[in-house]
Ligand binder design. Structure first.
Ligand code: C2E
Ligand code: MG
Ligand code: MG
Ligand code: MG
Length: 291
């Protein structure tokens, strides 16, 4: 009864109350005030061009600096937010923050694009394209500076509405990325039905590509498929130099992972971006090695 009262006060749960645990209600209430209390952060991870080594974009990844639990990863609070309309508020915050930072970097002469993850829930929120357009305009950014990353499983629940939303976004000039490619049930169907600008190969394939023939074959095929569709292919979860070399050899266009940088707060990433967005880091490495 207590949980029910609490739930009514929150008033936004989309799933059966019976499934909501008391600790979730508490965390949910805390998360709701996290925006006002300025406890949310975006950390940014560079995405580099595999050929030139240049950083061309950053992916924004959400963190919650919880007052008692420390820095929480998105997996520990976003799923809960996604069960209520709170995810909508979090997304508006995320888009605003990511674009504001992108504009700040560009003003400092750092020409990075920004990728933001989009919860599946947002694909049925009709205001999304308008909010995206407004935020881009607010920071005087061109739409193609923003890539929205969507996991393929996002498209399962209301495929027609989600598809309409994605094409509206794409027509507006925003780029679309299919995240965690290869982990869903109907990757090929989705690729057939929708137009993406980018495919991110799930890191489970990337991590094993060094030692395993199936993974190498899968990565090679995804790269080939992507290129035939005119889509750029990103290898994520690149943790070391051998992975970097293999994924580059297999033809990935962009690489992302701990090998280059973990996700970092904007101010900590700025020096690295200053260094790697302007210079051709591979050429530098090669000429240093050949001396
Ligand atoms: P994702 O979009 O696939 O993001 C990549 C995840 O892999 C991130 O985890 C990142 O920190 C981690 N990662 C990056 N490089 C490496 C590496 O070399 N090795 C390993 N093992 N991991 C690496 P994170 O930040 O915990 O995010 C998890 C997921 O949460 C994301 O997966 C994304 O689906 C979601 N997410 C993150 N931020 C947001 C957000 O602002 N909004 C929404 N809707 N979802 C978000
Ligand atoms: Mg992502
Ligand atoms: Mg991913
Ligand atoms: Mg993921």
């Amino acid at each position: 009864a207590d949980a029910r009262r609490c739930g009514e006060r929150v008033g936004v749960w989309t799933t059966g109350m019976a499934a909501v645990k008391p600790w979730e209600l508490e965390l949910h209430a805390q998360l709701r005030s996290a925006i006002e209390r300025d406890e949310l952060e975006l950390h940014y991870q560079p995405m580099r061009d595999a050929t030139t080594g240049r950083t061309v974009g950053v992916e924004a990844l959400m963190r919650w600096r919880h007052p008692t639990r420390g820095l929480l990863p998105p997996g520990s609070f976003l799923p809960m937010a996604e069960r209520s309309s709170l995810i909508v508020e979090l997304t508006w915050w995320e888009l605003d923050e990511a674009l504001r930072q992108c504009a700040r970097w560009r003003a400092e002469g750092i020409p990075v694009a920004v990728s933001a993850n989009l919860s599946p829930r947002l694909l049925v929120v009709d205001e999304l394209p308008q909010v995206v357009a407004e935020r881009l305009a607010a920071y005087a950014l061109p739409p193609d500076i923003l890539t929205l990353e969507i996991t393929e499983n996002a498209l399962v629940s209301q495929p027609a509405r989600a598809a309409a939303m994605l094409s509206e976004l794409r027509v507006s000039g925003v780029k679309l990325s299919m995240d965690d490619f290869g982990t869903g049930y109907n990757s090929m169907e989705i690729l057939k039905a929708l137009t993406f600008d980018e495919i991110k190969i799930d890191r489970s394939f990337v991590a094993d590509a060094q030692g395993s023939l199936p993974d190498v074959a899968i990565v090679r095929s995804v790269v080939d498929l992507g290129h035939r569709l005119g889509v750029r292919v990103v290898g994520e979860g690149i943790e070391d130099e051998p992975s970097e070399r293999i994924l580059t050899e297999l033809g990935c266009d962009l690489l992302q992972g701990f090998a280059f940088s973990p996700p970092l707060p904007a101010q900590d990433l700025t020096p690295l971006l200053t260094d790697t967005t302007r210079r051709d880091t591979h050429h530098r490495a090669v000429s240093a090695a050949s001396v």
